[in-house]
Design a protein around this ligand. Sequence first.
Ligand SMILES: Nc1ncnc2c1ncn2[C@@H]1O[C@H](COP(=O)(O)OP(=O)(O)OP(=O)(O)O)[C@@H](O)[C@H]1O
Length: 650
Amino acid sequence: MISRKNILVVEDEFIIADVLTNIFKTAGYNICGVADNVTEALDMIEHSRPDFVLVDIFLKGKTTGIDLAHRLMEMNIPFIYISANANEKVLEAAKVTRPYGFVVKPFREKDVLIALDIAIYRHENQRENGARQNAMLQKKASEILASSKKWEHKVLEVGKSLQPFIPFEFLSVGMQQQEDEDFYELSFFRIAYDEYQLLDAPELMVVTKQKKHELTRLKTADKYSQLAEYYNEQEMSELLSGSSFKKLLVDTYGLKSHLSVPVHLPDSRICYFNFYSRRSTAYQDDHLVLSDRVQPLLANFMAAMINAPNSPMVQKESNYAVKHPVSKSDQPNPFAGIIGGSHLLLTVFDHVMQVSGADSSVLILGESGTGKEKIAERIHALSRRKEKPFVKINCAALPATLIDSELFGHEKGAFTGAYDKKIGKFEQAHGGTLFLDEIGELPLESQSKLLRVLQEREIERIGGRTTIKTDVRIIAATNRNLEKEVADGRFRLDLFYRINVFPIVMPPLRERTEDIPDLAKYFLNIYARKTGKVVRGIAPQVLDSMKNYHWPGNIRELENLIERNVLLTRDDMINSMALPTQLEQNVNAVVTEQKIITMSEGERAHIIAALRKCNGKIWGEGGAASLLNLPPTTLNSKMKKLGIRKDFGI
Ligand SMILES: Nc1ncnc2c1ncn2[C@@H]1O[C@H](COP(=O)(O)OP(=O)(O)OP(=O)(O)O)[C@@H](O)[C@H]1O
């Protein structure tokens, strides 16, 4: 039920504030105040705590709606921005405040009401998700306690159940160290999606080349807090300024951020779950909220574990000397066929696990060939929609005139050439997932239509008179910087907010070179099998040169290169590999697909690349015509001939 929610409107343009107030009142909401500046808004919030705030970005006075949003975040009051198109800097600042939506002025009554409706749904859903998450973790913890797993594996299992919500590559669990106590700490180092190396005291001594008394001394030097805390970048170097056990771990394992979660046991002792990541900004305020929420659950779990008869934690002299170097799950790997164990890829897997069960839209960002489509397919395969269709549309591959009919379908005779009725991708994907690849290339007119369909969950075929209900989950992907596209007016801000519910960033291959040997071997086996050749491997020096290469075409380029070299090699090993030179790299950057394309396709790709580089400018200095060494009129007529619109190409 959406009515009777208290709404605060923060808007300095009197007429707009008045229009908004009327829209909400008519729709059954209660307006608890209208403020035209931040101070007044904060005053109103204190007196009549609103359920929701609509906030304009530029307001009267020095402080902006974004400043107010930061306060609203602290108070956990949901809000949406209502503003004219903002520039990139403003947008970036607005994004940090994680709004529940963004309405662009000028707006229709329907736009505002739907945005508010979605925002309320998302907020409530988030709360419900929190409760569901807790119930699920509680159930998991009880199952782990009741299982026959070894003591330290149980601790790992509980840590792993937190992984989708608190990312980590290294977890260490222990009590606050007293000087007279024997050193005890149990750590887990993640080495693959579901594989962890277990490190007990003796193993830590080997890895860190420290004696036990030295580890004890270092651990006593650690800073302990009563509340959960996180340390990213700057705070991290402050935390690690002296010598300590944490510093030793961070240096040994190349860790860059840290979340410390104290678990207050019923007997008033404190045990610590210390999470570490190799990303420098892995932890945020959300993780503190989550840590608080799971703290009672972890406390009960650890109390039971510490009191278990085989617990190594209660004994003065650790008898925990059995080697359990690797704990590998016996569950089928949900990411089989997606090769790589770099922490950047494992983070992607965690995000996929987190979002696949929900029905929210996902935006996959990343350069061409990084595996965006593969990840989209996996999200679908792991979702409750897996038995229903996964339908893909590449928004860049179709001329603007055909996109709408491709997406929404058309009736017979709807336009010249519509000889038959056509069912669009939305209808085809009913009940399943629609993958909108290269969404950044969608023309503005189609963006408005798409937004409406996403909001209203119904489509109208071109030339049709009836609306058709659709139940489709959207996964979109792009290799463009959508925020820049928004700031430059090429992508609708409201559509950006609608699809950017859960972004997943695919790392480029050059940032995860440790995955190259596994990927190379994987493709080598595939193509050796396909061609019937015996090729056993790739020489180490070739792998080294591959690690130093820039990979503009990412995994697709690597796959193509291995395929070619399997065909070319006369030995049973690949002993040399010609990697593209810088010049060839530039060409590959334009045409990343290594298939042979026609001359006009090549010309088209080249012109689009030039337009992108020049931000759509054709004439004059810094324009695409001068870059291509063509008279602007010639470029213009070529663009017309090849059907390239100025805004399509950039
Ligand atoms: N981790 C991986 N393991 C194995 N194969 C992979 C992996 N990632 C990508 N690939 C393969 O690389 C190729 C490119 O992947 P994909 O098409 O998913 O990339 P993309 O980012 O969607 O590219 P584009 O933006 O050009 O559409 C595909 O053949 C895919 O199967």
